[in-house]
Every structure is written in C-alpha cells, then in structure tokens.
Write a protein that binds this ligand. Structure first.
Ligand SMILES: [Fe+2]
Ligand SMILES: [Fe+2]
Length: 170
C-alpha cells in the first residue's frame, strides 16, 4: 500500500520542533547557535514549500479538489507570506547579533517570532483540514505512488542558498 499524501504532514511537526530549538537557543543568549538552527529551519521549510508548490498543490488542482476554505491559491498566498516572514526573522536575528544582542532586542524578536508561529499554525490547520485529507480521499493508488516518487526525487535537488540581505533585495 502506497503512503498517503498526508504523511507529508509529519514534516510540519519536525519543522515546529526545529523552530522550538532555535527559540531555546535565542532565549539562552546563544545567538550564533540560534542562527544556525534558524538557517537549518529555513532550508527545511523552503524544501517543504517547494514540494507543495511544485507537486502537492498541482496534484490537488489536477483532481479538481478546490473548495471554499481549501482553494489552491490560498495555500500559495500563505506560502508567500510564510517565506516573507522567514526572511524577516533571519534579517532580524542578523541585526540583533550585529547590535550585540541585548535582552530587550531578544524580546522584540521573540514577539515577532510569535506572530510567525501563528501564521504557521493557521497554515498547518488549513493543510491538515483540506489539502491533505482531500488528496488522501481522492488520489488513486497510482497517483499516490507517482506523487511520492516525484517528491523523493525533488527533495534530493538542492535549493539555492539565499542570504537574508539578498532576500531583502529581491
Ligand atoms: Fe505543508
Ligand atoms: Fe504549505
């Protein structure tokens, strides 16, 4: 039996855990380590968004599964918002480190990260309620297998590295 599309949702939990470790390091004042964790998180999140934009959402569209609260353009719009936030946080942490990392600046960054986490939770819920359950229900065995084969291939392809400054200039 081929894996269900919704097994890809496990990535959301892995991502949330990685972000939590980044925040632990931020609170501990270990800014260089916090930055390493944020960069690892950023790469993993970009890989996941690419998988959804290039394969999962097109499969959802091809099966005609758009519904009012689960329209494909909503997922894409939320991804754009998430990636914007991600670069905002990377720039914020770079500025925090450059400024010496005083405690008030750490609190300000944590506040912004709280907003980002709410955006992520909202997006997780939409995909968990509509995108993946509908695909699970309607994709045939062959379509599931084709999706997973393509996902495995795509996830091996490297992402171009984007520094926060370059992202700001885009
Ligand atoms: Fe996702
Ligand atoms: Fe997504």
């Amino acid at each position: 039996m081929t894996r269900s599309p919704s097994e890809l949702l496990e990535v959301h939990d892995v991502l949330a855990e990685r972000f939590a470790v980044h925040q632990e390091k931020l609170i501990a004042g270990e800014l260089a380590v916090a930055e390493e964790h944020l960069e690892a998180y950023s790469s993993a999140l970009r890989v996941h968004v690419r998988s959804e934009e290039e394969l999962v959402i097109p499969a959802f569209e091809a099966l005609g599964l758009d519904c009012e609260r689960g329209r494909s353009e909503l997922y894409r719009a939320e991804h754009a918002k998430i990636l914007w936030w991600l670069d905002e946080l990377r720039r914020g942490l770079a500025a925090l480190r450059a400024g010496g990392g005083d405690v008030r600046a750490v609190i300000a960054l944590l506040d912004r990260e709280g907003t980002f986490k709410r955006v992520m939770e909202h997006h997780d819920l939409r995909e968990r309620e509509y995108l993946y359950p509908l695909l699970d229900e309607h994709a045939s065995e062959v379509e599931r297998r084709e999706l997973w084969d393509a996902l495995e291939l795509l996830e091996e392809a490297p992402l171009p590295a984007i520094a926060p400054d370059e992202a700001a200039a885009e």
